[in-house]
Design a protein around this ligand. Structure first.
Ligand code: PLP
Length: 375
């Protein structure tokens, strides 16, 4: 089997620097937060195009910290899509609020801003929950439609926390996606575009007050002194070893992002040339995806199974993100949703699949993958 994400190939390129960096941390005696983490936060903030970055223990913690800082709790409605990883909606429920799902656009797989407007209206009319904020998700690395989403947010007085777990490095025009909303959250899980060698995440903002709230919440609601707690928080710190590794990887990241653009373009061309009945990814004019995934739509579920079988027989792994949308997950049964509630998410979930995608994918391998899809 060829690897779906080849972390080994990346490691071979950066091995001496990573091993030096890890040894440096081991010998320093400072294992959680400290100078490596502070240096990383400065470097990440600059890459993300914002003044403030607070690293944390995972992308999920980043979302939880952001929601806690915004004072979200019981009785609040936070709008997100059902076609995403569990954490986007889980973080909302973990702070006691209610995830209100908004269906996706069938081409970008991101939140449909027109449906968002309708959902907020409906929620206000129902009166049971107070609309507070929106968590758009940049699925597969493609930024959500922020200009339209921010217009809805302003209209209703809602905040926007971008779930940029899959899209660190993405751009709209020449602006980093992480700089467009009041808050953006990302993940450094190993398989994300910028991954560490364990769990990690970060919250980005241009607001100094939010920055200090994030820092306090990250460490049990710490006040001005270690054993003074002015609010509730979590154990959300990043390890120094992960920070040191991320600093090495961040230095190579822009080159990797460019390689991902080239690889996605090569997939697009080869798939078009092969005349396969597959819909290739839609990237709106002026956007740069971070290409966390390269995902295709088959004509239907049976056609998807046929092409995945052919790929598997040729040693090519595939993945399905996401086979079961969140509104149909048992964990959210309390929300009372049923099949048919979010038809675009359900249909896309029945037709989508992802091909191997990482910056070290060779041209010959791409050719082999596309050849393997032919009937
Ligand atoms: C990975 C992911 C998260 C959570 O990140 P972790 O670091 O795994 O906690 C949140 N949202 C989306 C869309 C993700 O893909």
């Amino acid at each position: 089997m060829i690897p779906f994400v080849d972390l080994g190939a990346q490691y071979r390129v950066i091995q001496p620097q990573v091993e030096d960096a890890v040894l440096r941390v081991l010998r320093s005696g400072q294992y959680i937060l400290g100078p490596e983490v502070e240096a990383l936060e400065d470097e990440l903030a600059s890459f993300a195009g914002v003044p403030y970055c607070v690293t944390c223990a995972s992308g999920t913690d980043a979302l939880v910290i952001a929601l806690m800082a915004k004072g979200v709790g019981v009785g609040d409605a936070i709008f997100t899509t059902p076609f995403t990883f569990m954490a986007s909606a889980e973080a909302i429920a973990l702070v006691g609020a209610t995830p209100v799902f908004v269906d996706i656009d069938g081409r970008s797989f991101n939140m449909d801003p027109a449906k968002l407007h309708l959902a907020v209206d409906k929620c206000r009319a129902a009166g049971a929950l107070e609309p507070k904020g929106i968590i758009p998700v940049d699925l597969f690395g493609l930024p959500a439609d922020y200009s339209a989403i921010h217009a809805v947010a302003e209209h209703f007085g809602l905040f926007v926390i971008a779930d940029a777990a899959q899209s660190f490095g993405a751009r709209i025009g020449n602006r980093p996606g992480t700089s467009l909303s009041e808050v953006a959250c990302t993940s450094f899980f190993p398989a994300k575009p910028l991954g560490c060698y364990g769990d990690g995440g970060a919250v980005f903002t241009s607001d100094a007050e939010l920055d200090s709230l994030f820092r306090s919440i990250r460490v049990h609601g710490q006040g001005s002194d270690r054993y003074e707690h002015v609010r509730l928080g979590i154990t959300g710190r990043l390890d120094a070893i992960q920070a040191a590794i991320l600093r090495i990887k961040l230095a190579a990241f822009e080159r990797e992002l460019e390689d991902r653009q080239r690889i996605a373009a090569e997939y697009n061309i080869r798939i078009a040339d092969a005349g396969l009945e597959l819909v290739t990814p839609f990237i709106p004019e002026g956007m740069r995806s971070a290409w966390a995934q390269y995902s295709l739509l088959a004509a239907n579920a049976a056609a998807r199974e046929a092409v995945r079988t052919r790929l598997g027989e040729n040693g090519v792994p595939t993945a399905i993100y996401y086979p079961k949308p969140l509104h149909l997950q048992h964990a959210f049964a309390d929300l009372g949703h049923k099949e048919g509630d979010f038809p675009v998410s359900e249909e896309v979930g029945s037709r989508i699949f992802s091909l191997p995608m990482h910056p070290y994918l060779a041209s010959e391998t791409i050719a082999h993958i596309v050849d393997s899809m032919r009937g």
